[in-house]
Design a protein around this ligand. Structure first.
Ligand code: FES
Length: 146
């Protein structure tokens, strides 16, 4: 499994997406409420660029006259014919057991790491004559695994 850095966390805020080319495949990386998911950018119906579609929610089963909106930001609608996919699993809403789009694992590396040489447990191992400075990594990077 290859490891591919696709960008910094700040490039894809919650509700955002970034489409990347990795190993000859177009892949959409989505930030859904702070968690990253990756889907192949090819609809299994007729091959549309699925990851360009509208991100939305679902109207849930409810009583007549009631409209219950849920899962906002978790559903991707294909731009060509409107098939809907669960971004979290890649499965279609209409036939989740049979039809799905390929998904890929995504991790975030290097988030909020910091080191301070003059404070904490490490102080005793540093000679007193050495001046140290705090080092902070402000943001992580999004890593796609395929
Ligand atoms: S190509 Fe996606 S729904 Fe038809």
């Amino acid at each position: 499994m290859g490891r591919h850095i696709v960008g910094s966390v700040s490039e894809v805020p919650p509700g955002g997406r970034k489409i990347v080319e990795v190993e000859g495949r177009s892949i959409g990386v989505f930030n859904v409420h702070g968690t990253f998911f990756a889907l192949r950018n090819r609809c299994p119906h007729e091959g549309a660029p699925l990851c360009l579609g509208l991100v939305k929610g679902l109207t849930m089963p409810s009583m007549p006259g009631e409209y219950v909106w849920a899962r906002d930001g978790e559903i991707l609608r294909c731009p060509w014919h409107g098939w809907e996919f669960d971004i979290l699993t890649g499965r279609t809403i209409c036939d989740p057991e049979r039809i799905r789009v390929k998904t890929y694992p995504v991790t975030v590396d290097g988030a909020e790491e910091s080191a301070e040489g003059t404070d904490g447990d490490h102080e005793s191992s540093i000679p007193p004559s050495v001046e140290t400075f705090p080092v902070t990594t402000e943001e992580g990077v999004i890593v796609l695994h395929l």
